[in-house]
Design a protein around this ligand. Structure first.
Ligand code: GLY
Ligand code: MN
Length: 369
């Protein structure tokens, strides 16, 4: 992935001699490793990548990943794979590949302290600099291959969101609904879920990051379902809120308000606009409603190799949107003890505004109990 390596180096000044990206053990994997080493299959624990300013990439990995690594190398003339068996093999490889003196960039944001000690101990005369801002900025703007994967992950999430109303039966538990959602995403082509699925019935909908449990669905419950797919390592993130009848007129109005807030945020998305303007567009709608102050988080975040991919939009985000960023737009209103409504979609920032990548119906949906 010569272009991606060079993109990171363009954000690094002064230019280090090399950039080293190191994976520890799941879940401490540096997704930036997979940004420069585009290998859709495999875990790659303990693997490392050395990226050079000319765009070339050297990856050390174990025999466990040999097959997928060699497949990836077939399609990339700038990539060289080195198989290691032990920690000492990796140390010798680092000593051979890195210069004896100079500066080496590391992704401090994702590197474990143990790996820092191991890598820096291999070549003690080198100076180690933090390259995490450069890595994050490079990953922020997606290339065509990344957009296609996010688009497919979004399509999978949208298909499953459209199926949820047919699953809302008396007595189904939050965990049962969450497992149906995850099963259906994989059946539709996902390689997995992009984060722990949120299904919150009734009052649980007021907890934005609720973990599903044994609560059964009863008449008169609203719910928040927030989930996402991974497709070839790239994430989607979608939320839909539903009502299991009968109607609650207040929560129906809450839903309509969140829809308007989301539309205001979509309208504010434009390359060059500071992220806070998108957040404030949604917040203004909610603050003009009876639920002022009940929108308790930022309006969205970037998605990519991680579901929270390094850029967030809140009321103080000055960093502007750029063409090619993939972000979520997810306003919500949370009423403790009563429930919540969140609507979330994934959008691609374009020259003229945005393209919405998740297409499931966004309006109020009530299923009779
Ligand atoms: N979808 C969960 C979140 O964005 O925090
Ligand atoms: Mn989200």
């Amino acid at each position: 992935m010569k272009e991606r390596v060079q993109r990171i180096f363009r954000h690094l000044s002064p230019t280090p001699e090399a950039l080293v990206l190191v994976n520890s053990i799941e879940p401490h994997l540096d997704q930036s490793f997979f940004y420069v080493f585009d290998c859709p299959s495999g875990l790659f624990e303990g693997s490392a990548a050395i990226a050079l300013p000319d765009g070339s990439l050297h990856v050390s990995t174990s025999q466990l990943e040999e097959e997928s690594a060699l497949q990836a190398a077939k399609h990339d003339p700038h990539l060289d794979i080195h198989l290691v068996k032990t920690a000492d093999d990796r140390k010798k490889w680092l000593q051979k590949m890195l210069p004896a003196k100079g500066h080496i960039g590391l992704n401090f944001h994702e590197l474990t302290h143990e790996d820092f000690l191991s890598v820096s101990g291999a070549v003690p005369a080198l100076a180690w600099v933090d390259a995490s801002v450069a890595v994050r900025k490079a990953r922020r703007v997606k290339d065509a291959a990344e957009v296609e994967r996010i688009r497919e992950a979004g399509r999978i999430g949208s298909v499953v969101a459209g199926e949820i109303p047919s699953l809302l039966k008396l007595g189904i538990t939050e965990s049962e609904l969450a497992s149906e959602i995850e099963y259906r995403m994989m059946r539709t082509g996902a390689s997995g879920r992009s984060f722990q699925t949120i299904v919150g019935f009734g009052a649980h909908g007021a907890e934005p990051h609720y973990s599903p449990g044994a609560t059964p669905l009863e008449p008169g419950m609203s719910m928040v379902c927030d989930f996402g797919a991974f497709f070839r390592r790239y994430a989607s993130d979608i939320t839909r809120s539903f009502r299991f009848g009968p109607t609650d007129p207040e929560l129906k109005k809450v839903h309509e308000t969140v829809e308007r807030a989301q539309q205001a945020a979509f309208d504010a998305v434009k390359a060059g606009t500071p992220g806070k303007e998108v957040h404030l567009a949604a917040q203004r709608v909610i603050d003009a409603s009876p639920w002022k102050g009940r929108f308790t988080h930022g309006v969205g975040h970037s998605i990519g190799l991680a579901v929270h991919d390094g850029y967030g939009m809140g009321d103080s985000t000055e960093d502007p949107l750029e063409v090619g960023m993939a972000i979520t737009i997810e306003p919500g209103i949370y009423l403790p003890g009563r429930g919540g409504v969140r609507i979330e979609d994934d959008v691609l920032v374009t020259a003229s505004g945005c393209e919405i990548l998740t297409t499931a119906k966004r309006g109020y949906i009530e299923v009779p109990a």
